[in-house]
Write a protein that binds this ligand. Sequence first.
Ligand code: FE
Length: 170
Amino acid sequence: MPDNIERIYSSLVPEDMKDELYWKDGLNPEDDRLWVPIGPGRWSRPLCLNVSQGYWVHFIKVTEPGIISRHRHPAPVHGFVVEGKWRYLERNWEATAGSYLYEPPGDVHTLVVDEGDSMITLFHNTGALLYCDEDGEITGTSDVFDRVKTARNHFEEVGLGADFVKNFIR
Ligand code: FE
């Protein structure tokens, strides 16, 4: 938490409480280095990397169209589209700015950004993403610890320091 935020209620809260998270500039950080590259034309802007409950909340930004990933969810996902649009190959709806979605445990889908489109979406992911091929075979996974590692490496590379990732960890 930034030093300039005063805890005026500090005498009322339990001493073991974790620090809150507050990102005034969540969507449009002044420093572009907060967008962690996760592939060509794809970024993740971490908001909360919750290692004690195994979930993460972030903005995903995609500027290069194509198949982003096919994956299975062992745990629920909540999403909110902020800008642009995208869709799942397996669905007949489009996610557009203002759309909310809930992805139930067990859901398998293929996220596509069509030619000429881009998007920014807030996702709350629990557990892991299980990447899979067309037959549903698992080809890779990504959990909150992988997210921490990727962000840590990026922050170190761009000069913010490896420990910068701790700002997002709870
Ligand atoms: Fe999904």
